[in-house]
Structures are given as structure tokens and as C-alpha cells.
Ligand binder design. Structure first.
Ligand SMILES: Cc1ncc(COP(=O)(O)O)c(C=O)c1O
Length: 415
């Protein structure tokens, strides 16, 4: 038994799932190749418990925008650590970070900090409900673990059944359903909360623009969940990239290079609700993460971080097209360069998932750590992309060979 396997078996006795995050659960069918633990990262590379090296395209599920152990960010954190981590009054650097966010996201007229993506989405919903005096929310996309988001499985997951009354789901991208729900519930709706982009093939921004138009017509707030898109698609996130002006937005991944910090921000008239009622938590002003975010955003302002991420993403996507062509598989690069994928085209709609599954397994074997979306950081250099494509091509060749033999035994992912 590998040391990591032994460790994992011990962890399962004390830690449900053996991990804290759904997407970090080891996938049993990939047992032989998928690392159960990561012990170190540097730049765009990772090392597992057995010392095997990977080029990483998951970036800790999104947050590591600049790269692992990125010196200027870690230096800023070390310097702040000399002064203390957390105080009983605000730290002056909170204003420095609020100013930076306001510069990069112009309609962030006021800003507050939290720790996670789920936090800031929940805060924005509170603000929208408080401002409108309405209870219902419409939502689209993944927003985290809170009760208001997890109503679909209630009450078996501990979420009270009555909460379903207050939350209606719009399948992402479905304008007709959005319009139908907005018409049906009209003045009961406090806000529509949505991701702007689902890292899928629809890169048009049409859905979020449609939501903006319809919410405005009905006096409903638009809350954008920019947890994945913020500071990633552009300096001003999806609002800038798609040209949409949200009333409130939530940011988390990408803003502090992996340090735990999130921010909610928006128009003063809504954010000022926080002067009237409490949303308060002890660790939101924790200074190490704030120092990390200041360093990260300043680097984004003065260096061509986004230009680089887009250029490397385009290089990867061109490679995806080339690999598909060379191996004679119908497929094309899809999505936006900061988080793209290779879409396999086939008359059988299950083919893509099946081949992607086998490809992922073979990618782990090659030392490529990638999920179904390939996220790019500032530390991915042309040589890393080219090395990855060479390995990805070998992995895909093996996946294509395996597909007819394993077709009937492939188990779908659970996440
Ligand atoms: C769009 C989006 N919103 C919210 C969340 C939840 O963020 P967190 O896991 O930090 O609570 C995620 C996490 O993946 C996300 O991708």
C-alpha cells in the first residue's frame, strides 16, 4: 500500500470523506493514478505524497491565479505576520484593499470582506432581501453550501423543506425559464443571483445580460456570483468582460492567490444596509489574507497578468485543436482561454463524458493534474503548455484505445 493510501484510510476514520471539499475527494476508479494528497506546489507545478510531479490546471479549485508560493505575495504575508494576524479593531490595510477593488471594479462603490465564496453570496442575498423587503430569490449556477442554495435535496441534507418556497432555480442559460419565473413571482423576488459564465461552450454572455435586463424591468436586484470569474476573466471580472453592471457581486477565488479571503461589493445604496443591520464575523479582517490580496491585485494592476493568462490559454486551446486533428478524433477547444476544455463531438451524447473520463485518468498517469476545465495561472509559461500538450496527446491516444474496451464499465463522476 502506498503511504498516501495508508494515510487516507486513517483519515477516513476521523474526517468524513477524508477531506473538506467535495471536489477534493479521491475518485475510487482512479485509485492507481490520482493523487490523494498534494504536499507542495511551486509555480504551476505540484508534488504528491510519493513525490510525483504534476503540471497543475486546477489551481486549488480556482484561487491560485499567480502560481503556488508566488514570492511577492508570500513576502507580503510574511511581512504582515511580523505585525500580527488579527486584532480587536480594524486593520488599516482593509482600506487599501477596498480601494484596490474599487479601482478594478468601478461599480464596487463599497466593499466588505469575508472568507469564502459561500459567505459573500449569502451576504449579498441578505442585503438584497433587506433592501427590497422581499424573501424570494431566483438562482442559477453553483453558489456553495448554504441552506438557501442546497434546497434541492432537502430535508435529507438538513435543509428545512419550507426553504424551497423561497428559492427557485433557473437552469443556467435558460432565458425562457428565467422570464417565466420572474413573471410568475415578480414582486416577491428580492434578487436573482447568478454566475455570469458557466465555463462551458456558451461564451456569449447573453444569459447574464438577459438577467440584467429582466431584473431591471421588474425592480429586482441582480447579484453576480463572481467567485470563479472575478479577477480571472479580466481585472474587472465578468462584469467587465461581458459588459454587465450588477447591483451586488461576490468575489473569492483569484483575488488572494490561495489565501482565504472573499469580498462582496456593489452599489452604495445596497451596501449601506450594513450600517443598519449586522453581518459580522471575527475573522473577516484577518490581515494575512488581506495582505495577500493587496499584493495579488497590485501585481494584476502593474503586470500583464490577464494578458498572459489569455495568451497561454489560447496556446493550450490551439493545442487541443491540433491534438484532436492529429489523433483523428472529432473535437474542438471550447470555453474561454482562462478555463478551457476539449469538447469531443459525437452523435452519441454520452461519448464526450466517457472519453474525457478516460483521458483524465491517463492525464494523471502522465503527470497532468486537470479536471474537466483547464485553469491557467500567471506561472504557466509557454514551455509548460507545450510539455502539457505533448503529455495530453499521449494520454488521449491511450484513452481512445481504451474507450471501446472499457465503454460498459465506466462509472460517472459523482461531483
Ligand atoms: C461560482 C461559485 N460560487 C460559489 C462557490 C463557493 O465558494 P466556497 O467554496 O469558497 O464557499 C464556488 C466554489 O466552487 C463557485 O465556483
Amino acid at each position: 500500500m502506498k503511504p498516501s493510501e495508508r494515510h487516507y484510510q486513517e483519515a477516513l476514520k476521523l474526517i468524513p470523506w477524508g477531506t473538506q471539499t467535495n471536489a477534493k475527494r479521491p475518485y475510487p476508479a482512479f485509485d492507481a493514478v490520482m493523487p490523494k494528497y498534494i504536499v507542495r506546489g511551486k509555480g504551476c507545478r505540484l508534488w504528491d505524497m510519493e513525490g510525483k510531479e504534476y503540471i497543475d490546471y486546477r489551481l486549488s479549485l480556482g484561487p491560485v491565479t499567480l502560481g503556488y508560493c508566488y514570492e511577492p505575495v508570500d513576502d507580503a504575508v510574511r511581512a504582515q505576520m511580523e505585525n500580527g494576524v488579527l486584532f480587536s479593531m480594524a486593520s488599516p490595510i482593509e482600506l487599501d484593499l477596498a480601494r484596490l477593488i474599487h479601482e478594478m471594479v468601478p461599480n464596487a462603490e463599497m466593499v466588505r470582506f469575508m472568507k469564502t465564496g459561500a459567505d459573500v453570496n449569502s451576504c449579498n442575498i441578505r442585503l438584497a432581501r433587506a433592501h427590497t423587503g422581499r424573501n424570494m430569490i431566483l438562482m442559477s449556477g453553483y453558489h456553495g453550501y448554504p441552506d438557501w442554495f442546497q434546497t434541492a435535496d432537502s430535508p435529507t441534507n438538513g435543509v428545512p423543506e419550507f426553504m424551497k418556497e423561497y428559492v427557485k432555480i433557473i437552469p443556467w442559460g435558460n432565458c425562457e425559464e428565467a422570464e417565466r419565473l420572474i413573471k410568475q413571482y415578480g414582486e416577491q423576488i428580492a434578487c436573482v443571483i447568478s454566475i455570469a459564465y458557466d465555463f462551458n461552450e456558451d461564451t456569449s454572455g447573453d444569459f447574464i445580460r438577459f438577467l440584467r435586463e429582466k431584473t431591471r424591468e421588474h425592480g429586482i436586484l441582480l447579484v453576480m456570483d463572481e467567485v470563479l470569474t472575478g479577477f480571472r476573466l479580466a481585472k474587472g471580472g465578468a462584469q467587465e468582460y461581458f459588459g454587465v453592471d450588477a447591483d451586488l457581486a461576490g468575489y473569492a477565488k483569484a483575488m488572494a492567490n490561495g489565501f482565504p479571503l472573499s469580498a462582496y461589493a456593489g452599489r452604495k445604496q445596497y451596501m449601506e444596509g450594513l450600517n443598519r443591520f449586522k453581518i459580522t464575523t471575527t475573522y473577516a479582517g484577518e490581515t494575512l489574507s488581506i495582505a495577500a490580496a493587496i499584493a495579488t491585485l497590485k501585481i494584476m494592476q502593474r503586470e500583464p497578468v490577464h494578458e498572459h493568462i489569455w495568451a497561454m490559454g489560447r496556446r493550450l486551446m490551439a493545442g487541443f485543436d491540433r491534438i484532436a486533428h492529429d489523433l483523428g478524433v472529432a473535437g474542438h477547444a471550447a470555453g474561454l482561454p482562462p478555463g478551457s476544455f476539449l469538447k469531443f463531438d459525437h452523435a452519441d451524447p454520452t461519448y464526450h463524458d466517457r472519453l474525457e473520463y478516460l483521458w483524465q485518468r491517463e492525464l494523471y498517469r502522465e503527470g497532468i493534474f486537470a479536471n474537466n476545465r483547464w485553469f491557467i495561472s500567471y506561472s504557466h509559461k509557454p514551455a509548460d503548455i507545450d510539455e502539457s500538450l505533448e503529455k495530453a496527446s499521449r494520454a488521449l491516444r491511450r484513452a481512445l484505445e481504451a474507450e471501446p474496451k472499457e465503454r460498459d464499465t465506466i462509472k460517472p463522476f459523482w461531483w
